[in-house]
Design a protein around this ligand. Structure first.
Ligand code: PBG
Length: 326
């Protein structure tokens, strides 16, 4: 009878042994919590397609950030829903816009106790629901860049730490970096949605943020989900343009790209576990088909194991709760 030459089970014999051998760690410090704030809202509204996610009125924002911060989560990602939408997306760069107001209120109440990140995009603010400015029948790259730069500067004036462009316009990092530097905001960092794929996993978010395109789709600007080399070119381009943190999005079906980015580049990597990933787990858990906590824990650990340094996730609060206990 022959015996195994290597017995890997020796390293799995007890809880303490397994702890010693554990390669990947996850703490609330790894998480970024998305927050939706809506202009002119009186009370919180539940997002139908994203159980337990709400749009908040401005008055509730500090309470919410307090809760997030008390859970040990170091950062939030703000998304704004304006009352007024127009073709140029002007309310996105209004110094009195909903996102700008939220940023300054949080800054005033929390100082540097929380990293304030804000989405820089147009789709919530344009009447077309597209992430750029339309000229003729096309989404015009270069005029969109001017607007994205204005949004970033207005958020910087309000006190944002990190702007997070998600429009997937070519040159968005360079345009934003230059505009921020020209205005003296050299310390405001950029976390770009570098490899943001054209994905059906975003549909619950469009319900949360009212940003579905009114016509067509986002195929002319977001990366096709079939293309990994192209995703790496997006990451490389953003690095060359001076990005501080790159993002791969979505996360769960794109772990290969997180791992590939980790292998190729020395840059902090964020993974965005998007609304559809959240909805799949929530939906199945509601039916009693899976254990929500166990699945969430596994998914988040695996995203980190793939190479992400931080994770934007709608599970941030619930995960921080069980991670604090473990
Ligand atoms: C908009 C934006 C989207 C998401 C983040 N920013 C939607 C889209 O591109 O259609 C999706 C996030 C999610 O699904 O959680 N620029």
């Amino acid at each position: 009878m022959s015996f195994p030459t290597r017995r890997l089970r020796r390293l799995r014999t007890s809880e303490k042994m397994r702890e010693l051998i554990q390669e990947t760690t996850l703490t609330p410090r790894d998480l970024i919590c998305p927050v939706f704030v809506q202009e002119d809202l009186k009370t919180r509204i539940k997002v139908e397609s994203m159980s337990e996610i709400e749009r908040l009125p401005l008055d509730d924002i500090s309470d919410e950030v307090g809760t997030i911060s008390d859970l040990g989560i170091p950062s939030i990602m703000l998304f704004g829903i304006p009352t007024k939408k127009d073709e140029a997306g002007t309310s996105a760069f209004d110094d009195n816009g909903i996102v700008q107001k939220a940023i300054s209120q949080i800054r005033k109440n929390f100082g540097d106790k929380i990293v304030i990140m804000a989405d820089v995009c147009l789709c919530q603010f344009t009447s077309t629901g597209h992430c750029g400015i339309i000229k003729g029948d096309k989404i015009d790259n270069d005029s969109s860049l001017e607007t994205l730069a204005k949004i970033a500067v207005s958020q910087a004036k309000a006190g944002v730490d990190t702007v997070s462009p998600s429009a997937m316009m070519d040159g968005q990092v360079a345009a934003i970096r230059k505009a921020l530097d020209d205005e003296g905001f050299t310390d405001v960092s950029i976390m770009s949605h570098s490899a943001k794929h054209r994905s059906s996993f975003y549909s619950p978010f469009r319900d949360a943020a009212e940003c579905a395109p009114k016509f067509g789709d986002r195929k002319t600007y977001q990366v096709p989900f079939t293309n990994a080399r192209e995703a790496m070119m997006e990451v490389e381009t953003d690095i060359n343009e001076g990005v501080d943190i790159v993002m791969i999005k979505p996360a769960l079906a794109y772990l290969d790209l997180i791992a590939e980015t980790r292998r190729r580049f020395n840059v902090p990597i964020a993974a965005y576990s998007v609304s559809g990933e959240y909805a799949l787990v929530k939906g199945a858990a509601k039916q009693g088909w899976i254990n929500e906590k166990d699945i969430t824990e596994e998914i988040l650990y695996c995203i980190k194991r793939a190479g992400a340094d931080m994770i934007v996730t709608y599970f941030a609060k619930s995960a921080a709760k069980f991670l604090q206990k473990s």
